[in-house]
Design a protein around this ligand. Structure first.
Ligand code: AMP
Ligand code: GLY
Length: 434
């Protein structure tokens, strides 16, 4: 089978890596890809948001399956175009992607289906916000309704901060139309976890639970980012706790979508806060997380591609169970100077061996570009995600950091504490409350 992967980040490199390990994969192309996917598969230039163009490409190149990595083309309805033309595509249509594309809609669905989540109010003005803050209190998360490139959530310590954050969204429109409506949510305390499932209607196949690290710097300090590192499985969600989260936080939403006539085929990702009162959903994504994909996919086993294909065809219920690999994966992101506010492109990256797959560590590229002279340079905020593999979390962590020790580019920075909470659960209760 020929496979087209849409996207060009670390997640898509990990998807390409996972797909090429399957005996049923013939030709794999990535649009636009990055320097890492260029080495592993074939990069093509395609306007991913333009449905008819993607359909035409699939026809001419005999593409049997399209995997859509990022949220924007999903929210834009690219999967609808492909499906309407008979192209098998992994990823929901625009109706299902609203779960990620509108936080207000997702919250309404959660409430209707009894999913545990933070108390909240939807507001359109500063005056409405002031009223809501009377009963929500001042410590809240202020969330732009629509897609805001991962920047739409502002954590506020006081009423004044919350009013300012709402004003910035609804009046100054710092997030554009995404901030026309804003969700104000009580600030939940606890440890975060991500639960990723392959979903086709009401059929659910969970993948390994994981933990992301959103803040830019060690000890969960600094600004929120797209994610600076992750590991899986996340030991606090043992089999029983993981199943409970799937049953409470994923199944009702899959059911609610199906009931509303949504033909959902793709990833349903629940971002959770594990509070003292139990898990609470912070958000849903309709795609693999990044960098969660870089740890989940290497553990998923070689049956992944046929399972993704079955999901895309609406036949997940008949697919054999996945046989995940034993062990642990831990990914550390190497970021460019200035990230997340900016990045420093064009810096030469050294120490990335052509032989990425060293057994113990996988070097996934994110924001990288290969120049005509063959050198690989930075081309984005998150530059690489190095995934260490091991029997234990400690082994995986050492493998990732050892490999990163050989890699250099000017301005490179990373967190040094990825996985620390998994290694020392006692740190979780101390460190979880910022
Ligand atoms: P989201 O995009 O909704 O996942 O939010 C981004 C990040 O903001 C989350 O990963 C959390 O770290 C934080 N966050 C969002 N909502 C809340 C909340 N209600 N309480 C505490 N932290 C939150
Ligand atoms: N790492 C979180 C996300 O992809 O949304």
């Amino acid at each position: 089978m020929n496979v087209l992967i849409i996207g060009g980040g670390g997640r898509e490199h990990a998807l390409a890596w996972a797909v090429t390990r399957s005996p049923i994969a013939r030709r794999v192309v990535c649009a636009p890809g990055n320097a890492g996917t260029a080495r592993l598969v074939e990069n093509v230039t395609l306007r991913a948001a333009h449905g008819p163009g993607v359909v035409a490409y699939c026809r001419s190149e005999d593409i049997g399956l399209v995997l859509i990595g990022p949220e924007a083309p999903l929210v834009a309805g690219v999967a609808d175009h492909l499906r309407a033309e008979g192209v098998a595509v992994f990823g929901p249509g625009a109706d299902g992607a609203r779960l990620e594309g509108s936080k207000v809609w997702a919250k309404e669905l959660m409430l209707a289906e009894g999913v545990p989540t933070a108390r909240s109010a939807t507001v359109r003005s500063v005056a409405e916000a002031a009223k809501a803050l009377e009963w929500l209190g001042g410590r809240v998360a202020v969330k732009a309704d629509g897609l805001a490139a991962g920047k739409g959530v502002v954590m506020c310590e006081s009423r004044d901060e919350a009013v300012a954050a709402v004003g910035a969204a609804v009046e100054a429109r710092v997030f554009g139309d995404a901030g026309r409506r804003v969700l104000i949510e009580e600030w939940l305390e606890g440890e975060e976890a991500s639960v990723t499932c392959l979903v086709d209607g009401e059929e659910i196949r969970p993948l390994a639970p994981s933990q992301d690290h959103k803040r830019a710097h060690d000890g969960d300090r600094g600004p929120n980012t797209g994610g600076m590192g992750a590991y899986a499985p996340f030991p606090r969600l043992d089999d029983e706790a993981h199943q409970a989260v799937v049953d409470k936080c994923v199944r009702p939403v899959a059911h609610g979508l199906a009931k509303r006539g949504v033909d959902f085929r793709g990833v349903l990702y629940a971002g959770l806060m594990l509070t003292e009162e139990g898990p609470r959903v912070l958000e849903y994504n309709v795609r693999f997380g990044d960098p969660e994909a870089q740890v989940i996919l290497p553990l998923a086993g070689s049956g992944l591609l046929p399972t993704l294909e079955a999901c895309a065809r609406g036949e997940l219920a008949g697919a054999p169970p996945l046989e995940p690999n034993e062990g642990t994966a831990l990914a550390v992101v190497a970021a460019s100077a200035g990230y997340p506010a900016s990045s420093d492109p064009g810096r030469v990256i050294s120490g990335i061996d052509p032989d990425d797959d060293r057994g113990r560590a996988l070097v996934f590229h994110a924001g990288t570009k290969r120049q005509d002279d063959g050198t690989v340079v930075t081309a984005g905020g998150r530059v690489l995600a190095v995934t260490g593999l091991g029997v234990t979390l400690a082994e995986a962590r050492n493998a990732a950091y050892d490999t990163l020790g050989e890699i250099r580019f000017e301005g490179m920075f990373m967190r040094n504490d990825i996985g620390a909470r998994g290694l020392d659960p006692a740190a979780a209760s101390k460190g979880a409350s910022r």
